[in-house]
Write a protein that binds this ligand. Structure first.
Ligand SMILES: Cc1ncc(COP(=O)(O)O)c(C=O)c1O
Length: 489
């Protein structure tokens, strides 16, 4: 494909906007409630308001809070409102970030730099986390050279408190857990872990990126929940995403610390740059004003009552979905009912979740496939209510069809996802995924067809296995896995 170049002559606004409109035709259609992740849509009225708030600060740059005092004011107030929502003490401080990942990166960086000051003898810092912690911790480990010690979770998918305690050693600079973790939407035992963090005097981060802006309202609605926020004394920081259940525009999260003795280690200060003294609270240099403004505006406009109303609808939708899925014999729910999200899996090992997901995707449903165990994740919002009956009817049909057609597990994307989940040597999987990334970011930026991977010269071993041996490769993997201690086909 020829390279796209900057047009020699600028084009009319209408023509450009028309192009952009047409690009979207294959994107997920989140407005009709059939997409169960990525967008937290609450309707056109709120979206229009968000756009206005965002546009008011469209050009402003939070990089220099002295230049744009209004942005600094809004960021401080967003942090304060979030801190209050999470029952933080008056000493609580924090910053806004561009999203959950950045909030988590910052929590790890702050803990690492704090340990450098308070425990200078630590040469190889580590953090103890349950295996289900968000993958951004892996990214943080990678970026900041903090070794992650992953601890198995219990059969209920909650962090194993005793095992976490055992894993802590003199080089541990942070422990972390989730409220709730994304994969099985379950809240870890924060109170018990908090006691350990206090006893061992180690910072404890709670990843509330997903639940932070939902759990407080569920609690007010009388939904039974374990304690997860700053009411737990050992908790030293919490992240919560405004661009998820905070219903703000994308690019907005907060990381809140119990007091400045933690936050100060998040900051970056450089005094020797010829350009002058440079101080920055988080990862980026330039900080777009729009997301800060839209987050502040959302919190003001919705208020507690607005959040509670949306939470109630999402909760009712979740209840209806849970009841419907429980009634489908081929399926089961995973995890506790803590959150307005659902993880469903197959009730028997011989029913392929990924084949059901493929069929659902063909019918226009978003299907967020997970591998540990094979399952599908649904983030539920008020906006999904109208789609629930059709979703359940389609799901029941697809599950029954896949049960009677087990060969579907070896076709289409199901084969690829199935293989990826089953290959025991994860380095091979990583290599193949790397090849997919290279294809996506190649000079022509093509969108790879996952079902056709393996047919190129350098698509990686796993893809090649699928391409060349198809069903047989899957059978061999099944047998290999069954032979491993505790393995299952
Ligand atoms: C529990 C949890 N933590 C962190 C993140 C990362 O958030 P982001 O995608 O905004 O970086 C997510 C995203 O789904 C999440 O569910």
């Amino acid at each position: 494909m020829p390279r796209t170049t900057i047009p020699l002559q600028g084009r009319s606004h209408d023509a450009v906007l028309e192009d952009m409109g047409s690009f979207r035709s294959h994107d997920a259609d989140y407005k009709n409630g059939r997409t169960w992740s990525l967008v937290y849509y609450t309707g056109e009225e709120h979206t229009d308001f968000l756009k206005k708030a965002h546009n008011l600060y469209f050009s402003e740059n939070g990089l220099n809070p002295m230049a744009f005092k209004s942005l600094k004011r809004m960021e401080s107030e967003v942090v304060q409102m979030a801190a209050g929502m999470m029952n933080a003490p008056d000493t609580a401080v924090g910053t806004m970030t561009s999203g959950g990942t950045e909030s988590l990166l910052m929590a790890v960086k702050a803990a690492r730099d704090r340990a450098r000051k308070t425990k200078p003898w630590i040469r190889r810092p580590n953090m103890v986390v349950p295996k289900t912690i968000h993958v951004a911790f892996d990214k943080a480990a990678h970026y900041f050279d903090v070794k992650p010690i992953y601890v198995d979770v219990g059969p209920d998918y909650r962090a194993d408190v005793k095992a976490m305690e055992k894993a802590i050693n003199r080089n541990t600079i942070l422990i972390a857990a989730s409220a709730p973790q994304y994969v099985h939407v379950t809240i870890d035992p924060i109170e018990e872990l908090g006691r350990i963090a206090e006893k061992k005097k180690i910072p404890f981060h709670v990843d509330g990126c997903f639940g932070g802006f939902m759990l407080p309202w569920l609690e007010k609605l009388g939904h039974t929940l374990p304690l997860w926020d700053f009411r737990v004394p050992g908790v030293t920081s919490i992240s919560a995403d405004l661009h998820k259940y905070g219903y703000a525009s994308k690019g907005a999260s907060v990381v809140v610390y119990r007091d400045m003795s933690y936050l100060k280690h998040q900051f970056f200060i450089s005094t020797n740059w010829p350009g002058g003294i440079y101080a920055s609270p988080s990862m980026p240099g330039t900080r777009p004003g729009g997301p800060i403004a839209a987050a502040w505006a959302t919190m003001q406009a919705l208020g507690e009552s607005g959040y509670i109303e949306l939470a109630k609808k999402a909760l009712d939708t979740t209840k209806k979905l849970r009841a419907g899925i429980e009634a489908i014999p081929q399926l089961k729910l995973l995890g506790e009912f803590h959150m307005t999200a659902i993880t469903w899996a197959a009730s028997r090992d011989d029913i392929s979740v990924f084949a059901i997901a493929d069929m659902m995707a063909e019918r226009g449903w978003g299907a967020d496939r997970q591998q540990g165990p094979e399952s599908v994740h649904l983030t539920v919002n008020a906006n999904n209510w109208d789609a629930v009956d059709t979703y359940l009817a389609d799901l029941a049909e697809c599950a029954a069809h896949v049960e009677s057609h087990p060969e579907l597990a070896k076709e289409g994307e199901a084969a690829m996802y199935g293989m990826m989940a089953k290959v025991p040597i994860r380095g091979l999987v990583s290599h193949s995924v790397g090849k997919v990334m290279e294809a996506m970011y190649s000079p022509d930026g093509a969108q790879p067809d996952l079902t056709k991977m393996g047919q190129g010269d350098d698509d990686g071993m796993v893809m090649k296995l699928i391409g060349k041996y198809g069903d047989q490769a899957m059978d061999v993997l099944d047998k290999l896995n069954a032979m491993r201690p505790g393995g299952r086909a």
